[in-house]
Design a protein around this ligand. Structure first.
Ligand code: SF4
Length: 376
């Protein structure tokens, strides 16, 4: 593990390590086959800065407006010892109307270090888990921990819920609205995936303490604004599939050394030619060449999930892979768009095994031309 850490540190170079969070771990599952992202994230490389250094800057994945709105909605729901939240949870989880205790884990006697907060969280949650009866407790600002590529990754769910009915529930507070019972599918999926990372971390914590991981419900509670108001509403969603995806992705990360072992020795994405003085940026061409030694698997979804997307899309320009998995599979064996266009327009002679593909492409091209009034 120390050797892996040393290789990853050398790859990152002098910039400070960027810590992973639940959002980043969830985003990893969006493109599980991409070795480049796994390596960059495990090395703690700031992909936003790297993308800028190679001339393919991406806008910040989360807008300032969304962040501010999210923070103020969460503060509203958690005000007065989580009064609004408690009312919602009582209804949704059918909680009895008795006293509920509330623990704020944002500091431990004034100590805000992640290590102290995580230890305190682990102690309280494992104690609650070991109780035979319902603990009936809200744990606000808990800090969970996973180890990825030898580094501790701290994860902060909005709230870890109760031990109720023998189970803990993770609660995620989101600022996207649920209007007439409907919410944007992509936002819900992202929230579910993020919550699945917390559930996984909590399961790992219980397992490490010799407790049953099934004490954590495979359902999470999403709390969102209702309709076009700031009034919160809560729904329970099942995250079993997301949990399996997170588990698979993190087990792949455990095999990261097999990818790193194939990388040339001494490989670095150091962005400075003079790391001590930091006066001369390293040439973009050098950085691009280094990046290309780590295999990527670009898909259009990368544009919503990864800060390297513009660079990787440019690399794949002209390839059918850049158009997504479905297109790539349907055009099986045709790697470039020019091959596809050549076969469709009849300017390219099909190989014997491409005759049927060429016939279908020409048919599609003819329909398209007719639909466009012969203007293609
Ligand atoms: S943008 Fe590039 S590095 Fe990021 S997930 Fe997609 S292919 Fe991988």
């Amino acid at each position: 593990m120390n050797e892996l850490k040393a290789r990853l540190d050398a790859l990152r170079g002098s910039p400070k390590r960027k810590n992973l969070d639940a959002r980043a771990i969830a985003a990893l599952t969006a493109n599980p086959g991409c070795q480049r992202r796994s390596v960059l994230d495990a090395a703690g490389i700031d992909k936003q800065s790297l993308g800028t250094a190679v001339g393919f800057a991406m806008p910040a994945v989360q807008s300032e407006f969304a962040l501010t709105r999210g923070t103020s909605f969460e503060a509203q729901v958690k005000a007065n010892g989580c009064a609004q939240l408690l009312t919602l949870l009582r209804e949704l989880l059918d909680l009895p109307h008795r006293e509920v205790s509330y623990d704020d884990l944002e500091t431990v006697g004034g100590n805000v270090t992640p290590t102290a907060r995580h230890r305190h969280t682990a102690r309280l949650l494992t104690n609650a888990a070991a109780l035979a009866e319902d603990a009936g407790t809200l744990f606000d600002h808990p800090l969970l921990e996973l180890t990825i590529a030898g580094y501790p990754v701290h994860l902060e769910p909005d709230l870890i819920a109760f031990r109720f009915g023998g189970r803990f529930y993770v609660v995620e507070i989101k600022s996207f609205a649920i209007v007439d019972g409907q919410a944007p599918a992509a936002s819900v999926a992202a929230a579910e995936l993020q919550a699945a990372v917390y559930v996984y971390a909590m399961q790992e914590m219980l397992r490490a303490a010799g407790l049953d991981e099934r004490l954590v419900a495979p359902e999470v509670v999403l709390v969102c604004p209702k309709d076009f108001t700031n009034r919160p509403t809560a729904v329970k969603v099942n995250i079993t599939n997301h949990l399996a995806a997170v588990r698979r992705q993190l087990s792949r990360m455990r095999d990261l050394h097999t990818i790193v072992d194939t990388m040339p020795a001494g490989l670095t994405l150091e962005v400075w030619a003079d790391p001590e003085q930091r006066l001369n940026p390293r040439p973009a061409a050098d950085l691009k060449a280094t990046l290309r030694t780590v295999e990527a698997r670009y898909v259009p979804q990368c544009l919503n999930a990864c800060e390297m997307a513009k660079f990787c899309r440019n690399e794949e320009r002209g390839s059918t892979a850049a158009m997504g998995r479905q297109v790539r599979e349907e055009l099986g064996g045709l790697d470039t768009i020019s091959e596809v266009v050549g076969l469709a327009t009849g300017t390219r002679q099909p190989a014997p095994d491409q005759v049927e593909q060429a016939r279908l492409l020409q048919l599609a091209y003819r329909y398209r031309t007719e639909l466009l009034g012969g203007a293609a």
